[in-house]
Write a protein that binds this ligand. Structure first.
Ligand code: GTQ
Length: 358
């Protein structure tokens, strides 16, 4: 491989020149090229593991400190240690754990950022309403609130509910078009009965009408775990296992066959007990939420290897180009959210198997 030849040397003359041009908001590219154009990704986010059981107490303390109503959203942000409090878990995604107590309401709003909720605990008595249609949330369910759809969260039961939020906020913020509308009442008015959207769009049929929908986000905002799990288990029993990912399915937008959200790709992955995955890396920044099973995830990132022991409800992050290997002790089901579709649409996505160059 060819290496860069020129490593510019400092000199008093050059430094004086750099100072002089800086008053015109100009700078020499040749001093920065090594940082701007690297041979491989040099990402600032680091691999990390949030142990749910370790953090659950401090998460629940927040309920004594502030109501969901006052907070608007009572969430502890999963702040990637490499990103200096930028409210980001990867370069493009935000994640947080949101807590809703019995009787609480998180008031209706809508924003340009798209969001998904992946439920960690609760007994199905709390809901997210999207444009007034409620989806009651059980552990393992995924609920989408795509860009600019009204949503509020409410709780009609007795047990606390916690979910993982993943939003495309850092990406949205970098592009610029961040917008928010607050609804004048806490709750958006009741819309269709619960289940209506799944009944319309979850049957392998898509509407044909003029003009056809150009919305890249799924109209079907509720993906219940029971059904997603059944699909995974059927795949596992009917098809060969992939040595890299086990059995992995992507949540789909039934209108397009594309990803459920344009900016956040979502997956559910099954790995059997005793499975050791073949290591691989991709340019995605991946956020994992463990649903079932225990084992370890080993990540090699920027020359450093770390092994994390995982169990249900933990959140883990593997940054862009981090090499991952799963060693599964008991049959595991893992949810994943990433920026893969953004990269694929722009022709930037890459993946690499161990020992291969592409
Ligand atoms: O539930 O609408 O974690 O607007 C951050 C921003 C959740 C939400 C977050 C939000 C929400």
């Amino acid at each position: 491989m060819v290496e860069r030849k020129i490593a510019p040397g400092a000199s008093a003359e050059r430094d004086a020149y750099y100072r002089r041009i800086s008053q015109y908001a100009l700078a020499p590219l040749w001093e920065r090229l090594n940082v701007l154009l690297t041979k491989e990704p040099q990402v600032r986010s680091t691999p990390f593991h949030w142990d749910y059981d370790l953090c659950r107490n401090v998460l629940f303390e927040s309920a004594d400190l502030i109501s969901a109503h006052e907070a608007e959203r009572r969430v502890l942000i999963l702040d990637n240690p490499g990103l200096d409090g930028a409210s980001a878990i990867t370069e493009n995604l935000y994640a947080g754990w949101q807590l809703l107590m019995p009787g609480e309401v998180a008031p209706a709003h809508r924003h340009s950022a798209s969001a998904l909720r992946f439920i960690l605990e609760g007994d199905g008595a709390a809901y997210t309403a999207v444009d007034g249609e409620k989806a009651y949330m059980r552990p393992g369910d995924m609920v989408l609130t795509p860009s600019m759809r009204w949503h509020d969260h409410g709780h009609e039961g007795t047990e606390p509910v916690v979910w993982l939020d993943v939003l495309d906020l850092p990406f949205n913020r970098n592009l610029g078009p961040i917008f928010l509308d607050l609804y004048p009442d806490d709750r958006f008015p009741d819309g269709s009965a619960p289940g209506t959207t799944r009944a319309r769009f979850g049957r392998g049929l898509k509407p044909v009408a003029l003009p056809s929908s150009t919305d890249p986000n799924s109209p079907m905002f509720y993906y219940p775990y029971e059904e997603m799990r059944a699909a995974l288990v059927a795949s596992a029993s009917e098809s060969d296992i992939d040595p890299v990912v086990g059995h992995k399915l992507e949540y789909m937008n039934p209108n397009t066959g594309g990803p459920a959200l344009a900016t956040i790709s979502t997956f559910l992955q099954w790995m059997p007990a005793g499975f050791s995955s073949q290591p691989y890396r991709t340019t995605e920044g991946m956020v994992f939420s463990i649903v079932e099973g225990e084992g370890s995830l080993t990540v090699e990132h920027q020359g450093q290897e770390t092994t994390y022991e995982f169990k249900p409800r933990d959140t883990l992050v593997v940054p862009c180009w981090g090499r991952q290997r799963w060693d599964v002790r008991s049959e595991a089901i893992v949810f994943c959210a990433s920026d893969r579709n953004i990269q694929e649409q722009l022709g930037l996505f890459r993946e690499q198997l161990e020992g291969s160059n592409h």
